[in-house]
Design a protein around this ligand. Structure first.
Ligand code: TRP
Length: 372
């Protein structure tokens, strides 16, 4: 049966069935049991864990076992700098920051200027590098501990990454890469090698410390294929397999699918002005009815509404308040206009603060940069 959605590291389309994806990718569901184990060390649980936004994992039980034995993990995640950062990109980074607050982990952040250069035909390396430094400000703005947190660009930190990447590359065949990513014969050879670069930081913590250190990678579920390959290579190289914690992707404001930089207005950028946000949210896809009268009578449908998804994923962290909004929508006592105004004000409050922190990040950027 043909799938009606596609999720790969480079393409997310259609209405994603996240439960099906767990089966397809062979990951584990984040169960109440796993949540309780995390909560023992990090309480209260982060809202994105509580609400099942981080819903899938590989080896979380092992990561907690290791932590409980005194061998705590380092955290690794990354970003392909193809443009400005969107709110959806922040989700795994916010979880990393929360984990670091509770577990005191080292944190490594990879900016793949090479990836976006190789995979996006029109992008120059100068452009992706420029975006990498711009995106680094968003990471720092989230409040990571500068003593424990390290950011690097692939093309700049390559001296340390390359020896790891070639060791990984030697364990991966072309047929694996072709099968996992669906590449065809016309892909450039850099793209075929690239997954070794994304795997490398999963072992960087071990290489830098000269001993095996467990690694946890919080990331969008779309990135999992890279780490399936990395986990196979880990075994062959004598490293621990990296563990993963996957989030669902923040849906586009204009309907289903992941946020995409390619569709204007479908996502909110961290550098948007209040006017940009107003425009985007006012144009958002909602679960509203064709007329106010009908909506008063029949109520709206929050389950399909992009505005409601923003509340659920990030902007109404209080469960009672969220339930109240859900009920108000269902019963027809709140109209989409009012609901959108509310979201505009919540998003702008968040972004105004983020943008100030982003400005301040410019002064401390170098403290975070990992150099050869
Ligand atoms: N490929 C990712 C992207 O396009 C960037 C990335 C590199 C990443 N390393 C990662 C994402 C580790 C998650 C975890 O955004």
């Amino acid at each position: 049966m043909p799938e009606d959605f596609i999720v790969t590291p480079w393409e997310v389309t259609g209405e994603v069935d996240y439960d099906k994806l767990i089966v397809k990718f062979g990951t584990q569901k984040v169960t109440d049991e796993v949540l309780q184990r995390i909560e023992k060390h990090a309480s209260p649980l982060h809202v994105m864990l509580r609400r099942g936004i981080f819903y899938s994992h590989r080896d979380m039980n092992w990561i907690i076992d290791q932590h409980e034995k005194g061998n705590t993990f380092f955290i690794y995640t990354g970003r392909g700098p193809s443009g400005s950062t969107h709110i959806g990109h922040l989700m795994p980074w916010i979880l990393c920051k929360w984990l670091q607050d509770h577990f005191k982990n080292k944190f490594y952040f990879q900016l793949t200027d090479d990836e976006k250069f190789l995979f996006e035909e029109k992008k120059t390396l100068d452009e992706t590098k420029k975006y990498a430094y711009d995106n680094a400000l968003d990471i720092i703005a989230l409040g990571f501990d500068p003593k424990l947190s390290h950011i690097f660009l692939d093309t700049e930190y390559i001296h340390n990454l390359y020896p790891i990447a070639v060791k990984v590359a030697k364990k991966i065949t072309f047929s694996t890469v072709r099968a996992v990513f669906g590449f065809n014969q016309s892909m450039n050879v850099g793209s075929i090698f690239y997954t070794s670069m994304q795997a490398a930081p999963a072992f960087l913590g071990s290489v830098l410390e000269g001993r095996n250190v467990p690694c946890l990678i919080p990331c969008g579920i779309d990135q999992d294929p890279h780490f399936r390959i990395a986990r196979d290579a880990a075994e062959k190289l004598g490293y621990f397999k990296p563990a993963l914690l996957h989030n669902k992707l923040l849906p586009s404001l204009s309907g289903s699918g992941k946020m995409s930089s390619s569709i204007p207005g479908s996502s909110i950028s961290t550098t948007d002005t209040e006017a940009d946000i107003k425009k985007k949210i006012n144009n958002a896809f909602t679960g509203g009815r064709v007329s106010v009268e009908e909506q008063r009578k029949l109520g709206g449908n929050p389950d399909v509404c992009a505005v409601y998804k923003y509340y659920l994923y990030m902007f109404i962290p209080d469960d009672k308040e969220l339930q109240k909004r859900y009920d108000e929508c269902r019963s027809g006592s709140i109209m989409c206009g009012e609901c959108k105004q509310n979201l505009i004000s919540l998003v702008w409050t968040f972004l105004k603060d983020h943008q100030e922190k982003r400005e301040k990040a410019k002064d401390v950027l170098e403290e975070f940069m990992l150099r050869d």
